[in-house]
Design a binder for this molecule. Sequence first.
Ligand SMILES: *Cc1c(COP(=O)(O)O)cnc(C)c1O
Length: 390
Amino acid sequence: MNVYADNAATTVVSQTALQAMLPCFTEQYGNPSSVHETGRKAAQALDAARARIAELLRAEAKEIYFTSGGTEADNWAVQIALASGAKKNKRHIVSTAFEHHAILHTLKKAEKNGAEVTLLDVHTDGLARVEEVAAAIREDTALVTVMYANNEIGTLQPIAEIGKLCREKGVPFHTDAVQAMGHVPVDVAAQNIDMLSLTAHKFHGPKGAGLLYCRGGIPVPVFMEGGAQERGKRGGTENVPAIVGMAAALEEACRNMDEDNLRVSRLRDKLIDAVSSIPLSRLNGDRRRRLPGIANFVFEGIEGEGLLLLLDMAGISASSGSACTSGSLDPSHVLLAIGLPHEVAHGSLRLSLSALNTEEEVDYIIKTLPPIVERLRGMSPVWERIKKGA
Ligand SMILES: *Cc1c(COP(=O)(O)O)cnc(C)c1O
């Protein structure tokens, strides 16, 4: 059996999105900037996609800037806030230690260029605290950026509360909503979100299309010099097929959200119940306040990499939170940020489901995982020590 349980990394393109995209390759293949009929057809498809997506976000079409994905949108959002802030001598940014690297590395670079960054620790429940965001905001704060849902452990952050706080304090608020969009309701107006990043390939759209929502009234500096695309802020011929696919995928995801969430969260909970019953294992992050599809576990005494390898051999595609850098295995910065000790953070496993996963697949994971954990522990000198200590 083959089970794809790595939907937080990327998702399969839905049939709806694929069918919407195909004419853009064959009939509406024109350049939206061209004046002729073929170009106009492409421009119409682009306009329709922008209008539809704006509606789904409760935003306006002119507040949507298409990008190549979430990483680009995150980079752009920080740049916008720093440019606005610089005019008022504001160079301080508040964020959290468990953001995606698209934010963390962008903030590192901003620091090198004179910005000051406060990274808030996250609690063991995987949630940032509004009070701590409030305490970190200063006179010179140019931006608060907190992710909507964490991509490794799936916890949902108090976005509406942080949005309200930032609005009251007059500080621009950005959220990386890449994991949340299409999976939980997002409303930039009601939640007081000033800027938001999303990417199509996390909700069954194609790779290479995403967007930055930027509230009207916030000055947007040119991000990419070139043609007049994206109101002159990001030059370059638009990726029309992918953008059209993104709109179709988002529309479908939002339409089916309630029904899908019910089913997927039930499968997730079944998985959590079964996996948590493995001795010396645990679920990372709050059990309730999480995305319907993501569950992240640690198993004491083993390495996540070994676990992934054996799962892969059994036909299960999953992920560990850890990144393998230059031969040394670094534990996930997310798990360290929520306070896990180094040695425990090494044994992590992320299982991320989508609406396409079936109960049979989840049952297969539940049957396959425990013997693999046992087998790896049987080979682990660390596990021997843990057992003796216990
Ligand atoms: C996947 C992801 C990104 C990056 O999106 P790309 O489109 O791959 O650049 C950014 N933030 C989060 C939270 C993600 O999960």
